[in-house]
Design a protein around this ligand. Structure first.
Ligand code: 0RA
Length: 640
């Protein structure tokens, strides 16, 4: 042993100690994700060996003791002494950070990037690791504990032809404190994905743990072509054969598989860079989208499917119904974004574009039927999008939703400050008249709605919107059309007060309004902007005093407070219109004396259900509802 060796040894210990101190820096987390990452790291080394053309089979097993073994039939990690480290290749790969790809042959490590931290990281974070290498008709075995080699590498004769590497490791539970239990589904998902991405590599997966014993084989000779067939298994393909493009330029490998489906209207494009799923896209996907749009438009014109005077089909039209996988292998991948799942290498964009352009053009030129089917589908998509846009515009133009002029019958308030403004939505013109005269015009606006509003027969979105009363309401409030962002800054009043008569019609109109808010402007209810006014039902006069009663019980309580044979007079308000403006102010509109009920989301939801019964297609339940509740339907009974 030389002093040189000791210096090396110290360096190794410091390196692995750094990994154990800050595992997150190397594997992201020490939670379940990081735990499974250990397996991917080891498997990636075998996949690299397969991609280099030396390995056909990778066996992964979860052992009965919870450890994991990854065994391949590659060349085997070199076992001879490495001059620089003075140790075997095996020990060097397992103990020196990033040593993996640094010696022993050309080519690049494809699985760099997100994983690619090296097998030494797995070693550092494992309670123990055992590696067996079959090479040169010998079996070489070396054990490690928490990253440190235990004893000398054992060498035994192994007369068979076999070559390969087997790595077994048990995660260190002092590092992975949350769990060291591997999840079958998580591992099988990734292993299957790897088998699709690396066609021809056979991956077997065995769970040997008692009670969860299972075995599966992932082997897809067609690679990502088969992945597409699998994803489209329940759909109807527009063309039989999955389109496949493969090529290499400037050391960058590109594989693309495409298939359009008749019965799909979205696109489903999945990207990978160096076998890592690029959830956030990147230059490979940008290149693919660009080349698809350009190629199909150009062929479409050549084949006269798109006429000279017609505009190009948009990318999204062309991608409608498309299932695609693009997998690129890049020597120095740059992964960007928060989660490092976006490919950043700008040279990839152009390479994908030109390579796919050439191959796809030729492919489609030889298959005019496929070509025409794809373009016709895109033209259909284009027309559908045009029609939808047109319809949307028509609805907007027809309705007053977009117009800025306030409805004529709105008696607006003076203030322009929404936070102090109120709007009373009043049923009928006569009640509207009383309210207009009784209000405080500085901050109270009145919008009378006609009883006609009740004539909506079906619970149909379009019908609610076409209703002129609802349109007036939307404009008065300053709201937008359904589905568009609720913009609070546009809201003209922060108190929207529904004030209807205490009879069946009043209940109808209130139900309709609540339903409208619930279905189309739910934020208004959530934010507590919607209220219900509580007008009195009775006025009781006795001598020079008078009292307003807001329910039957209220009336009984009042009457029972009078002496036995007192004389009094009861007036029942049949509608708001019967009240004098001053009365309406005193009882219902004056903030000092009135009662307002703020509408809760449950109230609105209940109204929505009631609305379905009242206004729905089915006559029977509606009749039943009206017969049951019709006569006594008033604000108090509805309990809102
Ligand atoms: C370095 C050099 C060579 C192979 C490997 C590493 C290698 C590593 C792993 C890890 C798991 N399975 C593996 N298989 C191979 C090339 C060796 C040569 O040139 O013979």
């Amino acid at each position: 042993m030389t002093t040189n060796y000791d210096a090396q040894q110290i360096q190794v210990l410091e390196g692995l100690e750094a990994v154990r101190k800050r595992p997150g820096m190397y594997i992201g987390t020490t939670g379940p994700r990081g735990l499974h990452h250990l397996v991917y790291e080891v498997v990636d080394n075998s996949v690299d060996e397969a991609l280099a053309g030396y390995c056909k089979t990778i066996d992964v097993s979860i052992n009965a003791d919870g450890s994991v073994s990854v065994t391949d039939d590659g060349r085997g990690i070199p076992t001879g002494i490495v001059a620089k480290t003075g140790k075997s290749g095996l020990e060097t790969v397992l103990t020196i950070l990033h040593a993996g790809g640094k010696f022993g042959g050309g080519g690049y490590k494809v699985s760099g990037g997100l994983h690619g931290v090296g097998i030494s990281v797995v070693n550092a974070l494992s309670e123990w690791v055992e590696v067996t290498v079959w090479r040169d008709k010998k079996a070489h075995v070396q054990r490690f504990e928490r990253g440190i080699a235990i004893g000398e590498m054992q060498i035994q004769p192994y007369p068979q032809e076999r070559t390969g590497t087997s790595v077994t490791f048990l995660p260190d539970d002092t590092i992975f404190t949350e769990t060291t239990k591997f999840d079958y589904t998580t591992l099988s998902g990734r292993l299957r994905e790897l088998a699709y991405l690396n066609g021809g590599v056979r991956i077997t997966f065995i769970d040997r743990r008692p009670d969860s014993e299972r075995e599966e084989v992932y082997f897809y000779e067609g690679g990502i072509r088969e992945y597409i067939s699998y994803m489209n298994r329940d759909k109807q393909p527009l063309h039989e054969e999955v389109i496949f493009v493969q090529g290499e330029r400037n050391n960058i490998q590109v594989e693309v598989a495409l298939q359009w489906c008749v019965d799909a209207y979205n696109d489903n494009i999945i990207g990978f860079a160096n076998n890592i799923r690029t959830v956030d896209g990147g230059t490979h996907l940008e290149g693919l989208k660009a080349v698809l749009t350009r190629t199909l438009n150009s062929i479409g014109r050549k084949r006269n499917k798109i006429k000279e005077n017609e505009s190009n089909l948009a990318g999204e039209n062309i991608r409608e119904g498309l299932t695609a996988v693009i997998s690129v292998k890049v020597p120095d991948p740059e992964f960007e974004g928060q989660t490092k799942t976006k490919l950043g290498n700008s040279e990839v964009r152009g390479i994908v574009d030109s390579l796919v352009g050439e191959v796809l053009t030729e492919y489609l030129e030889f298959r005019p039927n496929v070509c025409d089917a794809i373009i016709e589908k895109a033209v259909q998509a284009f027309k559908a999008a045009e029609a939808a846009r047109h319809a949307r515009e028509m609805v907007r133009r027809k309705s007053v939703l977009e117009s800025s002029t306030l409805p004529g019958k709105l008696a607006d308030c003076a203030t322009r400050d929404p936070s102090e403004s109120e709007i009373y939505i009043v049923e009928g013109d006569s009640a509207g008249g009383s309210a207009k005269q009784g209000r405080d015009r500085r901050f109270q606006a009145i919008l009378p709605l006609r009883g006609k509003i009740l004539n909506i027969e079906k619970t149909d979105d379009a019908k609610i919107y076409k209703n002129t009363e609802i349109q007036a309401l939307i404009t008065a409030l300053g709201l937008g059309i359904k589905g568009e962002e609720f913009d609070m800054s546009q809201l003209r009043y922060h108190r929207i007060i529904i004030m209807t008569d205490a009879d069946v019609d009043g209940a109808h109109i209130r139900t309709l309004l609540l339903t409208f808010f619930y279905r189309y402007q739910r934020m208004m209810v959530d934010q507590g902007f919607v209220y219900i006014a509580c007008p009195p039902l009775y006025k009781v006069e006795r001598g020079r005093s008078h009292y307003y009663c807001y329910s039957d019980r209220d009336l009984q309580t009042r009457l029972s407070s009078f002496p036995e044979n007192a004389s009094y007079n009861i007036q029942r308000f049949k509608g708001l219109g019967e009240m004098m403006p001053q009365q309406l102010w005193d009882t219902t509109m004056n903030p000092e004396t009135r009662t307002l009920k703020r509408v809760e989301i449950e109230d609105a939801a209940e109204a929505d259900r009631t609305f379905t019964v009242l206004m729905g297609d089915r006559v029977a339940p509606r009749r039943e509802f009206i017969e049951t509740y019709g006569s006594k339907l008033n604000l108090n009974d509805l309990d809102i």
